[in-house]
Design a protein around this ligand. Structure first.
Ligand SMILES: Nc1ncnc2c1ncn2[C@@H]1O[C@H](COP(=O)(O)OP(=O)(O)OP(=O)(O)O)[C@@H](O)[C@H]1O
Ligand SMILES: O=P(O)(O)OC[C@H]1O[C@](O)(CO)[C@@H](O)[C@@H]1O
Ligand SMILES: [Mg+2]
Length: 515
């Protein structure tokens, strides 16, 4: 295959760019961090952390710390954590997380490896920086829907109330613009009691409308002193700007982000809440497609799943199903014609089995669709590029191939369950996950941390600088074992020609860590 005929999809080139040619020794990295802290890197305000940083001079232990209110309000008083007298927590052996407890970002290391990046462990601290009776908290939800948003809302409200005795909790309606264009709603354990059984968000959501000055003016005017922001990468960028403005104004306000997106494209954390529910629900659509196509002659099923820039839902739904013959994702190129192309594969698979199922992420193949339909280049209210609909495009291309080129009629069944999958309530596992997320973020804000997000890093919840989760979108690693497992399970072509394969393998053999 002539390499020049494969225009590297933007997602493939970004995948290959993932493998940066960065020198290994983390001591450079460690020194880099200490001398060039990320924007929200705070000066340590606790003796133990300073000691840890001192320690890092020796063994490249790097703490990516999160800001604390005392960084810019040094005389802020602290109080004993009310959990000291909580009946539920009184039997817990180590109720409080030590200031020295950190979570390692890399847990597969070798004896001589530097210890690398660590984050503060999430959880209750001995001291809090808010009197419960003085807390006025608010919760806002932004961006696309995802299973579990209501569970996070519920557990923030119940966590604040049951663990810390906080009564004054407000809901901001319809995303960021709700701060300055809507009345607030009061949230109590009674109001949120059963919302976890419903999909969507009790507070409604929106895109666009982020006006940092107007939002912070409103926070100050309303006397709000804790802000819980549930949203994806865009929302968290907005949360960072709110935190920076709050710090600039010297307000006693904790700003905390809870990462949310069905695409699971949030960096650093193991996975985003609702992702497992979405993968589970996608099985119903894939199964329906498989039943349809195996019940007719030459049945071809296409199921389009969400995944604007990252193909995690498509990849995991395919691996879970085992009824999928080909999975197409934004990160991996594919081409239709010629040796090793999709048509060749479909011809062969239809001859072998008489039916097949394709799963395609909505962000896959955009450059091919754009080559055939007038570019729209429209953006949504948040500035995200609107996708061209690759599902019907692929369905038509395959139908044309078989009816015109192969003179063989096929039975095409196209299913688009994208919104069905993200509008459902979270499953049991995600409900537990959402509860831990909500408790972690409440403990963090009460302990005076701010400008942070929260999530599991190697399955231990940690406080992560917002800049870390927004610096890049997490994408599927084409040279990773999970994608290899997928290729082995579907037996689909890799669509990476032998010429390019050499390049990708070469990068791999240099044992370059992908960022
Ligand atoms: N760079 C940014 N700075 C400030 N605010 C932003 C930024 N990017 C997005 N926002 C705001 O965050 C909110 C949500 O952003 P967006 O629509 O991109 O969804 P998201 O949070 O990325 O979630 P998802 O990807 O799951 O849909 C919007 O109100 C948008 O105005
Ligand atoms: O919610 P909207 O504006 O229809 O946008 C849909 C997009 O939102 C997401 O669900 C999350 O970003 C994407 O997977 C999808 O492309
Ligand atoms: Mg987003």
């Amino acid at each position: 295959m002539d390499l020049s005929t494969i225009s590297l999809s933007s997602s493939l080139s970004s995948s290959l760019n993932q493998l940066s040619l960065r020198p290994k020794p983390a001591s450079l990295f460690g020194i880099f961090l200490r001398n060039n802290p990320p924007p929200l890197f705070s000066r340590p305000n606790h003796r133990p952390i300073a000691a840890a940083l001192q320690q890092s001079q020796n063994d490249d232990f790097v703490l990516e710390d999160v800001p604390h209110l005392t960084n810019f309000l040094p005389n802020l008083p602290s109080y004993p954590n009310p959990l000291h007298s909580s009946q539920a927590y009184s039997i817990v052996k180590n109720t409080f997380v030590s200031q020295e407890d950190v979570v390692a970002q890399n847990i597969v290391i070798r004896k001589d490896n530097p210890r690398g990046v660590h984050f503060r462990r999430a959880g209750p601290r001995e001291k809090v920086y808010f009197k419960p009776e003085e807390v006025r908290a608010c919760i806002v939800t932004c961006g696309g829907l995802c299973p579990g948003i209501n569970t996070v809302i519920r557990e923030i409200v119940c966590g604040l109330n049951n663990m810390y005795g906080v009564e004054d909790i407000l809901g901001i309606e319809e995303g960021y613009r709700g701060f300055y264009s809507k009345n607030t709603v009061r949230l109590t354990p009674k109001v949120v009691n059963d919302i976890h059984k419903r999909g969507g968000t009790l507070l409604r959501t929106s895109r666009g409308g982020h006006d940092t000055q107007k939002i912070v003016d409103n926070i100050a005017d309303r006397g709000i002193n804790q802000v819980y922001i549930i949203g994806g990468d865009g929302t968290q960028r907005g949360a960072a700007r709110i935190y920076e403005e709050v710090e600039k104004r010297g307000l006693h306000v904790a700003v905390a982000g809870i990462p949310k997106t069905i695409d699971n494209d949030i960096a650093v954390i193991d996975k985003s809440f609702g992702f497992d529910t979405a993968v589970e629900e996608a099985q119903r659509a894939i199964n329906a497609a498989h039943v349809e196509v195996e019940s007719v002659e030459n049945g071809v099923g296409i199921v389009k799943l969400m995944g604007r820039y990252s193909g995690f839902i498509a990849m995991f739904a395919t691996l879970a199903s085992r009824d999928v013959d080909c999975c197409l994702i934004p990160e991996s190129p594919f081409y239709l014609e010629g040796r090793g192309g999709l048509y060749e594969f479909l011809d062969q698979r239809l001859k072998e089995n008489g039916h097949l199922v394709i799963v395609i992420a909505e962000g896959a193949g955009q450059e091919y669709v754009a080559a055939e339909v007038p570019a729209v280049n429209q953006k949504d209210a948040s500035g995200n590029k609107l996708l061209l609909d690759v599902g019907p495009w692929l369905s038509d291309k395959i139908k044309d191939h078989f009816t015109k080129a192969q003179k063989m009629p096929i039975n095409m069944k196209y299913i688009d369950p994208t919104y069905m999958i993200r509008a459902i309530p979270s499953n049991a596992a995600d409900n537990i996950y959402c509860t831990l997320l909500a408790h972690s973020v409440v403990h963090g804000a009460m302990a005076g941390y701010t400008g942070f997000t929260v999530g599991p890093v190697n399955s231990r919840h940690a406080y992560i600088p917002i800049s870390r989760v927004t610096e890049k979108q997490k994408t599927v690693e084409l040279t990773g074992r999970m994608w290899a497992r997928l290729l082995a399970s579907t037996n689909q072509p890799s669509f990476i020609s032998s010429d390019l394969e050499g390049v990708v393998q070469g990068i791999d053999s240099l044992n370059i860590t992908s960022i």
